[in-house]
Design a protein. Structure first.
Length: 455
């Protein structure tokens, strides 16, 4: 690595269309190099995108000789003049496609090793294991990095929507004393002399904080020790969670969830048009109110449509979810539908039962593009009822002392919902596997093993 100092103020690629005729300083990574006769062309990548560079020996013989040494992923500093591209060479797909940089000086900051595969094409044609085994490299590809610009917009939209409605953002622990939702699907942690687990969700903490701020949200990592490998589940994922106090009805929660999703779509349209174009997708259009049907009604519909009888099952399986989204598309013009009243045995202990149907709960899932996007419910806010359920679910009340304090000393009617950031990203972009929508995915087969030997 060289120790030279920058020769001036840096210009980023996205600023170059407004700098025609001016000399600029650029820094970035070389994406591709192309030799055409006596000219060398580079695509330079920085945080804002790509810009084409042209090296002409008539302008600088020294720069030309150095350019012949440069390979993809070299880190370089370029000084040159911004010029309009010749007619017929304009690239309308690029923000900088009408300009190029006539290079006057090149400085190599870092020389890179040869890449183990081609990263220069519009598509990164790699099998999933290779894509993930080389994650620190494959994330540099424009189409791969676009996934996470999309994801950022989704998270920021979630945050902004709720802030605008008086919600307070909170930051909750990842280490917890018990399984939030019961069951064995938790990761135990060696935590001093205590039993501890990685949180399945921020559920209990956001409920506690509802008694302080009334409306809260958090963006938190959650962990599920599910002994399976599927295209739609991760062992660690990002959960977008909201909780609301003083609700008038559990159905208010579906209204909040719908508003969040619709705002996400609007923000994607405004901010990520070029990223969506890379995947040849558009934002889903929801022109009518999302339908709401009970789970038993959904099962009857599925039976009538497919003649496959799942009416006695306690939940919808993936094929059921796909079929009911297909129905919603046909009837309402978008593959989105709220399924309500899941049975008590399929919901966590804190879920409010339906007084009109004690075997069902005041709960819902929002299914989107063939699978669950959002899950939510009204919560039990009565201390005695909550204690009974903790015991009924064979949990130990002493593991919930901090949580139960909130209800012992007054909790209003409340409820909330959560959504998985990676799954929504996957479905909007039409990715085949949720691991593509996670920066460094965690599942039964992966924990960045190449890093484990580092002290």
């Amino acid at each position: 690595m060289s120790n030279f100092k920058s020769s001036g103020k840096r210009t980023i690629a996205s600023e170059t269309p407004n700098q025609i005729g001016k000399e600029v300083l650029l820094k970035g990574w070389v994406k591709t190099r192309r030799d055409h006769g006596k000219l060398v062309f580079f695509d330079l990548r920085d945080r804002t995108g790509l810009i084409q560079l042209v090296v002409n020996p008539k302008i600088s013989e020294a720069s030309y000789k150095l350019a012949l040494e440069i390979k993809p992923e070299f880190v370089v500093e370029i000084t040159g003049e911004v010029k309009k591209r010749p007619e017929g060479t304009i690239n309308k797909e690029l923000l900088t496609g009408e300009v190029e940089i006539e290079v006057k000086e090149i400085k190599i900051i870092v020389r890179a090793h040869s890449l183990p595969f081609d990263m220069g094409g519009e598509e990164l044609n790699l099998e999933l294991p290779t894509l993930l085994d080389n994650r620190s490299l494959t994330l540099r590809h424009p189409k791969v990095s676009a996934i996470f610009r999309i994801q950022e917009t989704l998270a920021v939209s979630f945050r902004n929507t709720l802030r605008s409605e008086g919600f307070t953002e909170i930051f909750v622990p990842t280490l917890v004393p018990s399984a939030t939702e019961g069951g064995a699907e938790v990761f135990p942690v060696d935590y001093y002399n205590h039993k501890a687990y990685l949180a399945q969700s921020p559920q209990m903490y956001k409920q506690i904080m509802t008694s302080i701020f009334e409306r809260v949200f958090t963006i938190a990592h959650a962990y599920r020790a599910e002994p399976s490998v599927t295209t739609r589940h991760l062992s660690e994922y990002v959960s977008l969670d909201a909780e609301v106090g003083f609700i008038d009805s559990w159905q208010d929660l579906m209204g909040w969830a719908e508003k969040v999703v619709l705002n996400m779509f609007e923000d994607l349209k405004k901010k990520n048009e070029s990223d969506l174009k890379l995947f040849s997708v558009s934002v889903p259009e929801i022109k009518k109110k999302i339908p709401r049907i009970k789970m038993k009604e959904a099962q009857e519909l599925i039976f009538k449509r497919t003649k496959i009888d799942h009416r006695k099952e306690p939940d919808l399986d993936p094929s059921d979810e796909k079929e009911i989204c297909k129905w919603a598309m046909e009837e309402y013009g978008a593959p989105f539908v709220f399924i309500t009243h899941y049975p008590i045995k399929k919901r966590p202990f804190y879920t409010m039962p339906d007084s009109a149907d004690p075997d069902s709960t005041l709960s819902f899932d929002l299914l989107g593009i063939n699978e669950e996007w959002v899950t939510g419910s009204q919560r039990i806010n009565d201390y005695d009822s909550l204690m009974k359920n903790i015991l009924k679910w064979k949990n130990k009340p002493e593991n919930f002392e901090i949580y139960l304090q909130t209800f012992k000393y007054g909790m209003p009617p409340e409820g909330g919902f959560a959504m998985g950031l990676e799954r929504i990203t996957k479905d909007i972009l039409g990715l085949s596997n949720i691991r593509e929508a996670s920066l460094f995915p965690r599942d039964m087969e992966r924990i960045d093993e190449r890093f484990t030997s580092i002290d």
